[in-house]
Design a binder for this molecule. Sequence first.
Ligand code: COA
Length: 172
Amino acid sequence: MNMTIRLARHADAAALPAIERSAAGLFRLDPQLAWLADAEVADADLHCQAIEQARVWVAEHVDGQLSGFLRAVTLDNQLHIEELSVSRHFQGQGIGRKLLSAAIEHARAQQLCAVTLTTFADLPWNAPFYQKTGFQRLNSEATSGYLVDALNEEIAQGLPGHRRCAMRLTLP
Ligand SMILES: CC(C)(COP(=O)(O)OP(=O)(O)OC[C@H]1O[C@@H](n2cnc3c(N)ncnc32)[C@H](O)[C@@H]1OP(=O)(O)O)[C@@H](O)C(=O)NCCC(=O)NCCS
């Protein structure tokens, strides 16, 4: 596939809400989570802010089309992945893994101590996917600080807390 991963530019922001909406269509496979496919997504202004203040990578194809993005912030010397989305049509072609690798490489280059995220423990394209890349699921004792806040915020937004988990990739 002729595709590159690069840092996002302001001009990319307009394309990102549609990618997140399309990606979320995958949740229709799980009846309890199907509502997520129609849930509100971050708008272009929010993406613009993130492009300025956080780290956003996009997957760009030779024709200029964007198919996915990953947004992350540095917290407590760790890179925290806030969102990873690949448009439905492009899923299953390795783009999510490439975006994840770009974030991990950045964290290594910055000598951060870990990469973290919160996700669904039991969906095959969530925790098991991250596990394949070396992430480990944190038990409740090991989940602290901003990860607890993130999980609580997700529950407040209606996500089923018992299916959510925090994960961490420790960097040497
Ligand atoms: C998660 C997501 C970004 C993965 O992107 P992708 O480009 O489809 O993923 P890849 O093609 O790189 O596949 C990586 C792994 O994910 C898993 N996976 C991806 N899609 C899957 C699916 N539909 N069903 C089961 N497993 C799947 C597989 O384990 C795959 O590894 P494999 O190729 O060795 O089998 C994408 O599925 C998505 O946008 N999902 C909706 C939003 C979401 O769940 N985001 C993550 C929030 S934490």
